[in-house]
Design a protein around this ligand. Sequence first.
Ligand code: ZN
Length: 194
Amino acid sequence: MTEATPGRLVVPGDLLGTAEEYVPGRGTYESDGRIYAALLGHSRVDPSSRSVSVTALHGIPELDTGDLVLGRIEELKSAMAIVEILAAHPSSRTVPGEPEGTIHVSKVKEGYTESLNDELAPGDLVLAKILDNHPSIKLTTAPPALGVVAAKCQRCHATLELTGRSELVCPRCGNREHRKVSADYGLRMSPETG
Ligand SMILES: [Zn+2]
């Protein structure tokens, strides 16, 4: 096994190797003969002792009201979208624990939104602002700078291109879709890199 590549960024629960290969060190735990990361950080193997450890990543921001985050739409309910929060913005520092937030239908865009399906789709990358972080993270994409920054064609999964203010077109199959797009649509990254 080669899981414990030195310096690899790991999250809690990532498999680092087996207890036959390595000795569990700081920041790890062993379960059923396998060694896992207990922290978000970088894994390291000490070649002399064969111990594997995880050095905690510092400087991870707490998520506060008003912060911007990059997230991925996981699921649309009738009145809200479920968002996996990937990173703080613009630092791009990853957020530990893959927290989830929600965007209520009234916070997707300015004005009345009849259906979330007209504004967001599962898999979209969105730039959103935290409205509240207790007891759960509530997000908005209403301001012009916020919203979808990358989206895939629902028919063929090619990355959609912006053609109008909020109209997206598929360069492969010509499918047209609508989203609540960010003013920065397409400038940041494709969904694969999220
Ligand atoms: Zn397409």
